[in-house]
Design a protein around this ligand. Structure first.
Ligand code: HEM
Length: 671
């Protein structure tokens, strides 16, 4: 979103990679955070002493300063890795990537230290004990892991710590891309803590905060990184800023949407909109509008002719960064300001354990009328369908054909996904075993059988424009994944079948099922894992996209029937089983309209067994059709070859037969 005027680049350095971190990363991360912290301190009453359980000035001020340092250093680390891995082209001396990676390692040092310090101060704050009080540290050591808040911050500090050597040593595109992914993963624990972990709607709040933090880190961190790397970018500045501008646009939408979603969860009555919490939110909304206006101007400038005028870069980028910095300051204050909505479960076990109030008793109409928007899976489905349709339109625009059937399958597949995760199966699946099984079977069998024929990988490779400067763009990433050793292993029918069936056993006969019922990350893991393992299994049998070599149809049919025989056995074992799965959870929620938990579970077994058969049939038909088609293709191929070489193969065969006959002594004796 920001434009840059490129002063003449300084001469490139000799390019010998020097491992380790660059201290400028540390300096910038720290310097940029101070004004942010100041805004936060001034804007929030959180630094005021508490009447009861005050943790002392060190903690009160320390938390705000540490958080500001944390947010800025995290954003800078992510931004530098984004630029290095995906935005800036390779230079002959590859100084750019190395500089970005080493600076990211420096910023990751600040991230690690502030995450660890934040954990200590968060504990002091929660315990209402000054850090200096006797017994504080032993208490901290004792509770750091059991307490969710400190445990999450500890995980974050650990991931940030890993980033230091990873970024310090990463030089190749692949290594930088994996380090970038690690930096995004390190943002997740924070989004699972704080105000997001209140009670009602906490899953939505966690999803919103995750999108928010990732969006801000890419947007703010990306711009900060470009400013920092400008002396090294030289003529690559233009293309780097152009690519950043597209990323920034997506981030703007993500930050606005997630910010609004999170804030709306903190409103119960109109008066809340004038609470201290909301006044900070309004400040952020205003900042976002200003940043949006900036963005429109910059984008127009970039599209109108690039980044020619000297000096404009520093002015524009610094102004925008100043607004962003102030907004992060407001955000830190917001995270320290109590929200206006009550954050307790008011004694409702379903709300306490699932984060949602108990749905009404299940009736026939509920299948169509009961919905709970899931702000992770619904946007994911909308995005998957939108990108697919944009791809089809791009192909059509250049006159290429794309079978309508594929588009229909893809859209239908995602429609079923939205229903399974936002409709009755998704809502009741959180509290009833039978409905959970409906959702599970939809994710693992129905949806993949619709999505795979959509041939999304083929569409992506045909619609996405290739990059010509050896950088990792969307198309290059798809290609890298499809041709990776990992894909070859997972797309092997036997491996896919083992994952498909093995997941069932591992999920229901370990604590994973209860984890998925009682935690946001567990629920997300379950939905993503079952959809992907189903997709990999179906793809290994009937996928048409480019990728690892396919097994012959007969072998694929064998794998299919073997797997689904096991699947039927799984269904039967639950159908006839007399032990309860996740007994603690189902007994605790004690739904009045599910009086017999075992009967409901056995119904789930019947559903798993029953529902499993239909997709089996469909898959077997699809393999048979692909068998017939591959035979036809083979026949056409050998016909074309015979036409081309006068049927040399048949000639050779006949010649071999004649030679055999000639050598056959019995024939020699015949008159
Ligand atoms: C529509 C505009 C926006 C709204 C409604 C909004 C709302 C929010 C809310 C409700 C939170 C969670 C605070 C809490 O823990 O209770 C948050 C966190 C955050 N926001 Fe925004 N935001 C907006 C725009 C922005 C922008 C433009 C930036 C930065 C450029 C930003 C930076 C942040 C950061 C860094 C956090 C995490 C703070 C922390 O926990 O350390 N937000 N935002």
């Amino acid at each position: 979103m920001s434009t840059v005027v490129a002063p003449p680049a300084p001469p490139a350095r000799d390019g010998t990679p020097t491992p380790g971190l660059r201290w400028s990363g540390v300096v910038v991360a720290t310097a940029a955070a101070v004004p942010v912290a100041l805004v936060a301190a001034l804007a929030s009453g959180a630094v005021d002493p508490l009447l009861i359980g005050d943790s002392g000035p060190v903690t009160r001020y320390g938390i705000v300063l540490t958080r500001a340092l944390h947010d800025v250093s995290a954003a800078l680390t992510v931004g530098l890795l984004l630029v290095a891995a995906f935005l800036t082209p390779e230079s002959r001396t590859s100084v750019r990537r190395e500089t970005a990676a080493r600076t990211a390692a420096g910023a990751a040092v600040v991230w690690t230290v502030t995450a660890a310090a934040g954990m200590v101060l968060a504990f002091a704050d929660a315990a209402g004990m000054p850090v200096s009080s006797p017994g504080f540290w032993s208490l901290l050591v004792e509770n750091a892991v059991p307490l969710e808040l400190t445990r999450l911050l500890l995980i974050e500090a650990g991931l940030a710590l890993l980033l230091i050597p990873a970024a310090g040593a990463a030089r190749t595109r692949g290594a930088l891309a994996w380090t970038f992914l690690l930096s995004l993963a390190a943002l997740v624990p924070l989004s699972l803590s704080g105000h997001a972990s209140g009670t009602e709607g906490h899953e939505q709040a966690m999803t919103a905060l995750m999108f928010h933090l990732v969006g801000i880190s890419l947007w703010v961190g990306g711009l900060l990184a470009i400013v920092l790397l400008r002396p090294h970018l030289g003529r690559a500045l233009e293309v780097t800023v152009r690519r950043y501008s597209t990323v920034a646009l997506w981030c703007y939408v993500a930050v606005a949407g997630s910010g609004v979603l999170f804030s709306l969860l903190q409103v119960e009555e109109a008066a809340d909109l004038l609470s201290a919490y909301w006044l900070l939110v309004w400040g952020k909304v205003a900042a976002l509008v200003v940043l949006g206006a900036f963005g429109v101007v910059q984008r127009r400038r970039i599209l109108a002719g690039g980044l020619a005028r000297p000096g404009a870069f520093a002015r524009l980028a610094l102004t925008e960064l100043a607004v962003m910095g102030a907004t992060v300051g407001l955000a830190v204050a917001l995270s320290r300001t109590p929200p206006p909505v009550e954050q307790s479960a008011q004694g409702d076990p379903v709300l306490e354990l699932t984060g949602y109030p108990a749905p009404p008793p299940l009736e026939a109409s509920s299948w169509l009328t009961v919905w709970q928007v899931n702000w992770l899976f619904l946007p994911a489905a909308v995005l998957a369908v939108t990108l697919y349709l944009v791809g089809v339109r791009r192909l059509r625009a250049r006159g290429d054909h794309w079978p309508v059937g594929r588009t229909v399958c893809w859209v239908l597949g995602w429609a079923v996904f939205v229903y399974a995760t936002n409709g009755a199966p998704g809502v009741y699946g959180r509290v009833m075993f039978s409905m959970h099984m409906v959702m599970h079977m939809a994710l693992m069998m129905f949806i993949p059988i619709l999505l795979v024929p959509g041939a999304a990988i083929t569409l992506a490779l045909r619609a996405l424009r290739p990059r010509r400067d050896r950088t990792l763009g969307p198309r290059e990433i798809v290609l890298a994944v499809v041709h990776s050793r990992w894909a070859a292993v997972v797309a092997n029918p036997v491996v896919a079948a083992v994952i498909f069936f093995g997941s069932l056993v591992a999920f229901y006969w370990t604590g994973l099922f209860e984890w998925a019922l009682t935690s946001h990350e567990g629920h997300v893991f379950m939905v993503v894992h079952f959809t992907l393992s189903g997709y990999a299994f179906v793809w290994s049998l009937v996928g048409t996209d480019p990728g690892p070599r396919k097994w012959t149809p007969p072998l694929r049919l064998v794998v299919l029937f073997a797997t689904l025989a096991l699947h039927a056995f799984f269904g039967l074992s639950i159908m006839t089983g007399t032990w309860l799965l996740a007994p603690g959870f189902f007994k605790a929620i004690d739904l009045p309209y599910v009086p017999d938990l075992l009967a409901d579970q056995q119904l789930g077994g019947t559903i798993a067994w029953g529902i499993g058969e239909m997709p089996t049939l469909a898959l077997a038909l699809m393999v048979a059709v692909s068998w017939a088609r591959s035979d036809q293709r083979e026949a056409r191929r050998s016909d074309r070859r015979a036409d081309r070489d006068g049927d040399a193969e048949l000639e050779a065969y006949n010649a071999r037969l004649a030679a055999l006959a000639a050598r056959d002594p019995a024939r020699k004796e015949q008159p």
